[in-house]
Design a protein around this ligand. Structure first.
Ligand code: NAD
Ligand code: ISE
Length: 334
């Protein structure tokens, strides 16, 4: 079966998904497109030989669309995810599911009322081979219990529309989700340390910052978020456990040795660094849709990440620890 996909908001991320779906991923085609920018919707529809729709609701309810990918901006996700649930269609929604926990809770309520898990959130790091190996080592008990995790999330730069809170709810959200998944527990408190700011980019941002999270069992996660580091898309993660340390491999593209010395080229964006993870993530989703089952991160994961983000954003404006309280996990998402 070829899953006929309708895409809402094909910008940078959406077009990268389309390119992978139409080349290396099997079992799906983008046949319908919509965007607030109608010219963009038409151009992308033309490029895939698909149909441009004037609105998300028309696309979602079209009988020619089997499943939906939402790749518009985070604040636009909620109404379209709710419409997909109403239509009973599987939906892959790019992170963040929603920018606030209340909005994510509304999605969970609608999904539970419908009685079927339909929503997958695009937390692609769960599909990255190196994070998966790290989790396997931890779960196998080879290094004992996790004690601390040191993370760094560095981007070369961010666009003008990147607001101060996005360091947490657009960027650190990746570590928030990956650490929940890696450790298999929730976070109970958040704090943000605010070092000297870089002079090389926007004054309105606290850049860099360090988000410090404490888990239920006391594991401490520190996440350096530095979104104007200039030099590359540099993702680091070191798990410190009782009997050993596990570190992600470097994100080099090639190693080179020549008269200038030994060096390696860094990736410059998420599509380079996590290209294979995106392929695996969307391939698993399309396979599951064809088999009429849910896969990947759920609305619960979207909600839980949003709760931690809300606390992180609060901690960015206040000093000290912010307690994190979330609802009990509904049995529906067990
Ligand atoms: P973008 O600005 O390049 O593209 C967004 C597109 O959505 C644009 O074409 C815009 O016109 C359209 N749009 C905005 N609001 C809309 C609405 N209400 N209805 C229909 N179309 C709408 O942004 P992007 O970088 O592609 O990011 C899109 C999403 O992907 C965001 O949620 C972002 O957080 C996520 N993202 C994820 C990763 C990752 O590493 N997983 C990386 C980048 C972006
Ligand atoms: C972007 O939306 C992403 O998800 C990238 O992976 C992240 O590195 C970047 O900071 C975000 O803005």
């Amino acid at each position: 079966m070829t899953v006929r996909i309708g895409m809402i908001g094909p910008g940078g991320m959406g077009k990268a998904h389309i390119e992978r779906i139409h080349s290396v991923i099997a079992g799906g085609r983008v046949v319908a497109v919509t965007d607030v920018n109608a010219d963009n919707a038409q151009a992308v529809a033309d490029s895939v030989g698909g149909q441009a729709f004037a609105s998300a609701a028309e696309l979602i309810n079209s009988p020619d669309v089997d499943a939906v990918m939402i790749t518009s901006h985070g604040p636009a996700h909620e109404p379209d995810v709710l419409e997909c649930i109403k239509a009973g269609k599987y939906v892959f929604c790019e992170k963040p599911l929603t920018p606030t926990a209340e909005a994510a809770a509304r999605i969970m309520e609608a999904e539970m009322a419908g009685g079927k898990k339909l929503v997958t959130v695009g937390f692609m790091r769960r599909f990255d081979a190196s994070y998966r190996e790290m989790k396997k080592i931890l779960d196998d008990g080879e290094v004992g219990e996790a004690l601390m995790v040191h993370c760094a999330h560095r981007n070369p730069t961010v666009p003008d529309f990147y607001t101060w809170d996005m360091a947490i709810n657009d960027t650190a959200i990746h570590e928030i989700d990956t650490m929940r998944w890696l450790l298999g527990e929730e976070f109970v408190s958040a704090r943000v340390d605010k070092p000297k700011k870089t002079s090389l980019r926007f004054e309105h941002l606290q850049d860099p910052l360090v988000l410090i999270l404490t888990s239920e069992s006391g594991v401490r996660v520190d996440d350096e978020v530095f979104v104007n580091c200039q030099y590359g898309y540099d993702i680091q993660c070191e798990l410190v456990a009782e009997r050993g340390v596990v570190r992600l491999g470097d994100q080099e593209l090639v190693h080179r040795a020549d008269a200038q010395g030994r060096r390696n080229r860094l990736t410059m964006d998420h599509n380079q660094r996590f290209g294979q993870a995106f392929v695996t993530e969307v391939q698993e989703w399309l396979t599951a849709v064809a088999e009429d089952r849910h896969t990947g991160s759920s609305s619960w994961d979207g909600y839980a990440a949003a709760v931690v983000c809300d606390a992180g954003v609060k901690a960015l404006t206040e000093d000290g620890e912010v307690a994190i309280t979330m609802m009990d996990k509904p049995a529906f998402y067990a």
